[in-house]
Design a protein. Structure first.
Length: 480
């Protein structure tokens, strides 16, 4: 996705530890006319509601009679957690009316409103039609959330909101230094998902090396079970396990070079080794037949039915796949298997990140209200409610005390503990959405379907990356 900004190679600020949440479904890329209209709207600030009086109970100065307009992506996490938090907003400001809209078509429904200069006050910008965050930031279409980050936290006024967040969440919302443009609410663990029950049925443990992975897939194949499946129609799910696999083999600097669009980054030996390993799954028949034509929901369903052992995905999968998951499934997640003893990082190297990005448009009528709603959502009570409802951690650093965690959630917590400092944060999906989802994903999909060799896939993806690096209409970002 292109921005009309000609600036390039602008610094990101601090190195991120974590990454954005994954979108569910095929991306629909907003058109340039949409972006141009966003940037050139003649709407004035006259529509902005008058700021209220600040106080200990109202640190952001919310106008207590102004309406609040919230749009939530109704995907894997549903909408009830947001509705519940909005009820708390109404309790605090009983004269304020909250308008709640849930949709899976974020871009389609919001394009006319951005074009007209009348966007909502708070948006859960996720899903198939997610708006390109890098472009929105580059176009100055988002409100800087630093006042929220510096506000007293909901539960403890002696702590700022920023001090209650899980490591790396704040940095994920930064693109050009200190301003915070995005608040990632969920905390997602990406990796290789599996059923402990299925492994026990094969008298097997999760494989920590690639030789062990191949041996287990061969054993499963003899029992009529595929080793892997994935969202073949949306192959950008593959990097959820492939990227940390590359980092484990060659070090996190390999992913940084890829993010930075450096020449020949995709030709790194670690990338070649990882591609060849995944290609071997395809060549040996360890991929579920028909996977190339499956959506994310269909691949998850095949997996929960026991037709494949492993699925690259994020921790929203537990809630999203709940309708087809057997009670005795024992859903788990693990870091990618390593290649061999020469890997630069230890087993346990993981991709985990903030997900479910919330934004406040720069031209929102009630920006203080939008920030206050996020402050409420980042309370312990709202965080616990979110975790109980959708079986996912939130960005709030805590909120699990006293809760009985599912096997999936507990395995995610355990995986994070095992990873320690070895948590990687690829930024490709934040910085270059089209490149990641449409081009890199397509190359990986063709390789996993057997239509490209690893060498051919690398050549094709490198060409896409080179083109993006040379495209002066794209705003470029860089790790520092």
């Amino acid at each position: 996705m292109a921005s009309t900004s000609a600036r390039k190679n602008e610094g990101l600020g601090r190195r991120d530890v974590i990454k954005r949440s994954a979108a569910l479904g095929l991306i629909t890329v907003p058109t340039m006319s949409f972006l141009s209209a966003c940037a050139s709207s003649d709407s004035s600030d006259d529509d902005t509601v008058k700021k209220g009086k600040t106080s200990a109970k109202n640190p952001l100065g919310v106008n207590d009679t102004a309406g609040l307009d919230v749009v939530i992506f109704n995907g894997g996490f549903g909408e009830q957690y947001a509705i519940d938090a909005e009820k708390e907003y109404t309790k605090a400001f009983p004269k304020a009316k909250v308008k709640h809209t849930a949709t899976q078509k974020i871009q389609s429904q919001l394009q006319p409103r951005f074009n007209g200069g009348t966007p909502p006050d708070l948006i859960d910008n996720s899903g198939a039609e997610q708006m390109d965050m890098g472009v929105l930031v580059g176009k100055k279409q988002l409100l800087d959330l630093t006042p929220l980050m510096d506000a007293p936290s909901f539960d403890d006024p002696s702590k700022k909101v920023r001090d209650t967040l899980r490591p790396g969440v704040l940095e994920m919302g930064q693109f050009d230094g200190d301003p915070v443009w995005i608040m990632y609410y969920a905390y997602t663990v990406y990796g290789v998902w599996y059923s402990q029950t299925a492994l026990e049925g094969l008298d097997a443990q999760y494989p920590e090396t690639w030789d062990d992975m191949l041996a287990l897939c061969a054993k499963a194949k003899k029992k009529g079970i595929a080793g892997w499946t994935y969202a073949g129609k949306y192959p950008y799910y593959l990097p959820f396990s492939l990227y940390p696999f590359i980092a484990k083999i060659g070090g996190r600097e390999v992913l940084d070079k890829i993010d930075n669009l450096e020449p020949n980054a995709w030709k790194d030996p670690a990338v070649k080794a990882a591609f060849e390993a995944y290609y071997e799954l395809q060549q040996k028949g360890y991929i579920l037949k028909g996977t190339a034509g499956l959506t994310h929901i269909q691949s998850q369903t095949e997996w929960t039915k026991g037709r494949a052992l492993f699925l690259p995905n994020g921790s929203w999968v537990e809630n999203e796949a709940a309708p087809t998951t057997p009670k005795d499934f024992k859903m788990m997640v693990a870091a990618p298997s390593g290649l061999d003893s020469s890997d630069k990082l230890p087993f346990g190297t993981l991709w985990a990140s903030g997900g479910e990005p919330f934004i406040i448009p720069a031209k929102a009528k009630n920006p203080e209200g939008g920030m206050e709603q996020l402050r409420i959502m980042l309370s312990e009570a709202s965080s616990k409610n979110f975790t109980k409802q959708v079986k996912s951690l939130s960005a709030y650093n805590g909120g699990t005390d006293g809760l009985t965690l599912s096997t999936a959630m507990q395995s995610g917590v355990d995986a994070l503990k095992k990873a320690g400092d070895n948590v990687v944060n690829p930024r490709m999906q934040d910085w270059y959405v089209k490149l990641q989802k449409e081009q890199i994903g397509a190359g990986l999909g063709e390789m996993m379907a057997g239509r490209l060799t690893p060498a051919e896939a690398i050549k094709k993806i490198q060409a896409y990356a080179d083109a993006a690096a040379k495209d002066q209409s794209i705003k470029h970002y860089k790790h520092q």
